[in-house]
Design a protein around this ligand. Structure first.
Ligand SMILES: [Zn+2]
Length: 179
């Protein structure tokens, strides 16, 4: 955990905001495009593929995802008040990590595909279905918006083995004012 402190720093494990359910966005809201754009910037700054509002210290139900290696703008997904309506299949044996839990990578079971009800900046509802890594990232971010972390979904033995490391991260975060 020697990584430099970036600006603005992402909230790290142990910060209570990561356990808070984010609040539904109420339309109309003039600043949504701006909020999303700044969240994409923060995420790219950390080389992440997803970021939820509470990780950036905000409490709106907004998250951003871009799993394309080139960070192509066409691949950007902004999640606003997202609700998972359908999941299908299973993907295993893929290491999952989180910008708020630095240094921890664990195999986490996830559905292969998901369908999500989502809203655009104007408050229009859209439904989309995604699969593979993008589905994994979308589900990970929606968990964040509901106050959940990816480690919550690990089998208890796997979780127990992480306890020491998580305590260390939490202490490190406190010392470095990242929570
Ligand atoms: Zn995360």
């Amino acid at each position: 955990m020697s990584e430099e402190k970036k600006n603005p720093p992402i909230k790290v494990y142990g910060d209570r905001i990561l356990r808070q359910k984010c609040e539904e966005v109420v339309f109309p809201r003039e600043d949504l495009a701006q909020v999303a754009a700044s969240m994409f910037l923060i995420m790219y700054g950390y080389n992440g593929i997803g970021l939820a509002a509470n990780q950036a210290g905000l409490t709106d139900k907004i998250a951003v995802v871009n799993v394309s290696p080139t960070k192509s703008e066409d691949e950007q997904i902004t999640l606003i008040n997202p609700v998972v309506t359908w999941v299908e299949g299973e993907q295993n044996d893929i290491l999952e990590g989180c910008l708020s839990i630095p240094g921890i990578w664990e195999k986490r079971k996830r559905p292969m595909s998901c369908t999500v009800d989502n809203y655009d900046f104007e408050g229009n509802k859209h439904t989309f279905t995604t699969t593979g890594l993008e589905a994994r990232a979308v589900l990970h971010e929606i968990d964040h918006l509901n106050g959940e972390l990816f480690i919550d979904g690990l089998p208890s033995v796997q979780k127990a083995m992480l306890e020491g490391k998580l305590k260390k991260i939490s202490r490190w975060a406190k010392k470095n004012k990242l929570r």
